[in-house]
Design a protein around this ligand. Structure first.
Ligand code: SF4
Length: 689
């Protein structure tokens, strides 16, 4: 049986497909250090995706605006799309066409999509859904270390830890096999919810710090204050390996734990206890997740946590460290190869003349031919069909009608387009709106590489044949590029050929893949990037020096700022959103898996009983969660351990149950990530649901 990797999250557990009892493929776990040979519930049931009843097997087109989608041949669909793109470019210029990618696409797809946008379309308008989930940590990591790799050490190193602080990461539900590496450590979990991970922390003698949503920068500043006041800062490390401590301290000096308690609601005694646990541990790690990032100040918040890690002397040492837990399957690789608005392959900046010259040389064009930076994901989506925005969108591996903030505003933008083209293997909520849908292969039906949360490049192998009638994303991109005047040699359809070109384009860059070859991957080498051609991989980074020119990490001078919107009499509560064990991202895949859909069939809102009573709501009732932007339906689940000022909704559901109908598109000024995690809301009984 061929080993492949899970279609979902960034742990990328290894699995084999075997014939199940009913003759259909079944997923079975296989050895892999990051997962310790485990799978979560989603992984065990993933093979059902390969036989879903509504699988697309022919391109679909609308014969006219407003008509239903109808099956057509591949040549008809590709010719039609290419013709309309040519017409738009001639009439309105190259930026009239936009491209939107995804953090689940393989490295090869991410690379070819960026090349397609910049070379075949000549557009600057390309970004991807990873902007919504990791860009703040990436920006903060670059600022602190000069380089961003989610975990700059192998996942397995976490097993050595005595104490681990998890900020805004509910690992027990989002990556259950990872918990095996954490079981020997005492956990400090920072989360407004009493999540499954927070419960594990408390049960294991650790701490749960539950700040009011949007106040985690204040909590991190309070912890930094406590660390210094309790004599736990590593003065030698700060002097030898960092710069900027005093400037950062100037913002923390007033954050006595009691002051932090006033803003966050976390008891000062717990702040001091957490500082003591971290400072006294012989090996401590700090890990951040989406809860720290998805704010209009997410970059500064992640920086505040990194400041704390630097003050304790954790990063760049064996047995301790800081890392960001990537979410999507290829959230790491997806941001390295050029599908991001401001980047070229090799994790290079698109406005860097040397980077432009290098990549242009690999592509055989002049650097001047490459467009400059484009709009970030939400700004791109929000400009569609508007003055100065694109009039056509090509979308791969994403479902923004469910996953983008203020989702109905995005839906309206998509409805205003001249042309919406979606590549997917089922009719997702966004694909259902498209003018043309290309049916494509999925994970176990295709070859390619993924880069998991520890920067390890993995070979995702074809373990089963795709049904007749579907093509790979690479074939779709290449088919369009050729029709737009590029050569087939410039847009290969074999994953290994794309990997070889990606390696050349990334050579010498921060994320150097030039030494990643099919042979080394087949041999089972643990290829954590950077991997220079013929050189060794880099499982642990920064042990000698950080990536800034002077080798020192940077403290960031960050101050606490409140969320983009505040509560008032009309919207007295804060809503925060997150993920569930049974579902993944927009749910387009997991809502189609029988076992998972039965486990979590509908959206819900977690509410404290007192808060529910004030809104006239009881357990099991349907509620309308209303923000300044819209309303989402959810069934009430009472939780006595919930904060009375905060409610929680999962974001995996469709239609009127979309949590993102209420979320706030206020953007972080550096990363351009939206504020998914804090919305001012009220609850109403939904008697008509
Ligand atoms: Fe592993 Fe993540 Fe897949 Fe679960 S969803 S099996 S944790 S890769």
């Amino acid at each position: 049986m061929t080993a492949t990797h899970c279609p979902y999250c960034a742990l990328q557990c290894t699995m084999r497909l075997e014939p199940g009892a009913d003759g259909r493929p079944a997923a079975r776990p296989a050895p892999f250090p990051a997962s310790r040979g485990g799978l979560c519930r989603k992984g065990w049931s993933a093979a059902e995706l390969l036989t879903v009843s509504d699988r697309l097997t022919a391109p679909l087109m609308r014969p006219r605006r407003g008509a239903a989608l109808e099956p057509v041949g591949w040549e008809v669909a590709l010719d039609c799309v290419a013709g309309r793109l040519r017409g738009l470019r001639t009439e309105c210029g190259p930026d009239s066409v936009a491209v939107f990618g995804g953090g689940g696409l393989t490295n090869e797809k991410s690379y070819l999509l960026g090349k397609f946008a910049r070379l075949a379309l000549g557009t600057s308008q390309i970004d991807y859904n990873g902007r919504f989930c990791m860009s703040s940590a990436a920006a903060a990591g670059l600022r602190a270390f000069g380089l961003d790799r989610g975990l700059p050490f192998p996942v397995a190193d976490l097993a050595e830890a005595e104490v681990i602080l998890l900020a805004g990461a509910n690992v027990a539900e989002t990556m259950p096999p990872l918990m095996g590496h954490l079981s020997g450590a005492r956990l400090i979990v920072v989360d407004p919810r009493r999540s499954a991970t927070a419960e594990r922390a408390v049960a294991g003698g650790g701490l749960h710090l539950a700040p009011r949503p949007g106040t985690d920068t204040a909590l991190a500043l309070g912890l930094l204050h406590a660390v210094r006041a309790q004599g736990l800062a590593d003065a030698g490390y700060i002097a030898e390996r960092t710069a900027g401590f005093e400037q950062a301290w100037a913002h923390a000096a007033a954050w006595w734990p009691e002051q932090a308690e006033r803003h966050t609601g976390v008891p000062a005694g717990d702040i001091r206890a957490a500082a003591q646990m971290l400072g006294a541990a012989s090996g401590a790690y700090m890990l951040t997740g989406r809860g720290t990032e998805q704010h209009a100040k997410g970059t500064d918040t992640v920086s505040a946590w990194i400041n704390l890690a630097l003050a304790l002397g954790l990063p760049g040492r064996r047995g301790s460290g800081y890392g960001c837990l990537t979410g999507q399957g290829n959230g790491q690789g997806g941001r390295e190869h050029g599908q991001k608005a401001d980047q070229l392959p090799g994790y290079r900046r698109i406005d860097d003349p040397d980077a432009r010259a290098h990549v242009a040389g690999v592509w055989g064009v002049e650097a001047e031919a490459l467009p400059g930076p484009g709009r970030s994901a939400f700004e791109l989506l929000d400009s569609l069909g508007a003055e100065g925005g694109a009039r056509a969108l090509l979308l791969f591996g994403s479902n923004p009608v469910v996953s983008a903030p203020q989702a109905d505003r995005v839906r309206n933008r998509l409805e205003g387009l001249d042309l919406l083209v979606v590549a997917d293997f089922v009719l997702s909520e966004t694909a259902a709106m498209a003018d043309v849908v290309f049916p494509v292969t999925q994970w176990a039906e295709e070859e390619g590489t993924m880069t998991n949360l520890e920067g390890r490049v993995l070979r995702r192998r074809r373990a089963t044949q795709a049904p007749p009638g579907v093509r790979t994303d690479l074939e779709v991109v290449s088919g369009l590029a050729v029709r737009l005047g590029r050569s087939a040699a410039e847009f290969p359809t074999e994953a290994d050929a794309v990997l070889a070109e990606l390696g050349a384009a990334s050579a010498g860059g921060a994320a150097d893949y030039s030494g990643v070859t099919p042979e080394r991957l087949e041999a089972g080498e643990a290829l954590h990037w950077p991997v220079p051609a013929g050189g060794a991989a880099t499982p642990r980074m920064f042990l000698e020096a950080f990536a800034h020119p002077d080798g020192r990490a940077r403290f960031a001078a960050v101050a606490h700022r409140g969320p983009a919107e505040t509560t008032n009499a009309e919207y007295p509560l804060l809503a925060t959103t997150g993920r569930l064990l049974a579902h993944y991202q927009s749910g387009a895949q997991t809502r189609r898996i029988g076992e998972l859909a039965r486990a979590e069939p509908e959206s819900y809102v977690e509410v404290h009983p007192d808060t529910a009573a004030r809104s006239g709501l009881a357990e099991g009732a349907w509620a309308r969660v209303v923000s300044r932007r819209g309303a989402a339906l959810a069934r009430v689940r009472l939780r006595c351990d919930a904060r009375t000022d905060t409610v929680f909704l999962p974001f995996h559901f469709a239609g009127a149950q979309r949590a993102n109908l209420i979320t706030n598109p206020a953007l972080d000024p550096i990363s351009r990530m939206p504020e998914f995690k804090v919305s001012a809301v009220r609850l109403e009984p939904a008697t008509d649901a």
